[in-house]
Design a protein around this ligand. Sequence first.
Ligand code: AMP
Length: 182
Amino acid sequence: MFLILFGAPGVGKGTQAERLSSEFKIPQISTGEMLREANAKKTKLGLEAKKLMDMGELVSDKIILGIVEERITQDDCNHGLILDGFPRTIPQAEGLAIIANKHNLPPFKCIEITLPDDVIVQRLLLRGRADDSEETIRNRLFVYKNQTAPVKQYFNIDSHFYSVNGNKSIDEVYNEIKKILQ
Ligand code: AMP
């Protein structure tokens, strides 16, 4: 199963990816998490990314595509993987297609989780991560609408795009996703 979980920050991609990852025994690949780990280790990449993350801006496509290619070509991804928080721009989606082609990966299914903006803001304020201040949240939503939402059109070209309503319990959303995957 090669899956992309798509949607704005705070819709529950990470939570759902984690459950899918443990049930289907395939890795969850979260670019945000990889960047936070790099930052915790104080690598050059991590320290550079931190400034952008704190502002709710995106890290460069080139850097993101580099870390994704390195990660998804590891052996534990042979039987599938779940992308969480990537691709976030059209160039990233194009880059993923090139990487997938180069490494002979099967077609990806893309599942979007939707949620109204006001619910997103409430959820993220409650989550309280370092980049969850109200100002940063608003900017992340702005960046999502401008740079990430257009990626939907890119996936809609083929028939592997699905959408689920994220304004339900974690279990209900999970069951919806599993129905799509069957
Ligand atoms: P996330 O945990 O997915 O919400 O990501 C947290 C932050 O990491 C984002 O606000 C971006 O600054 C950065 N980031 C994560 N994934 C990407 C990506 N695919 N492209 C660019 N920046 C990213």
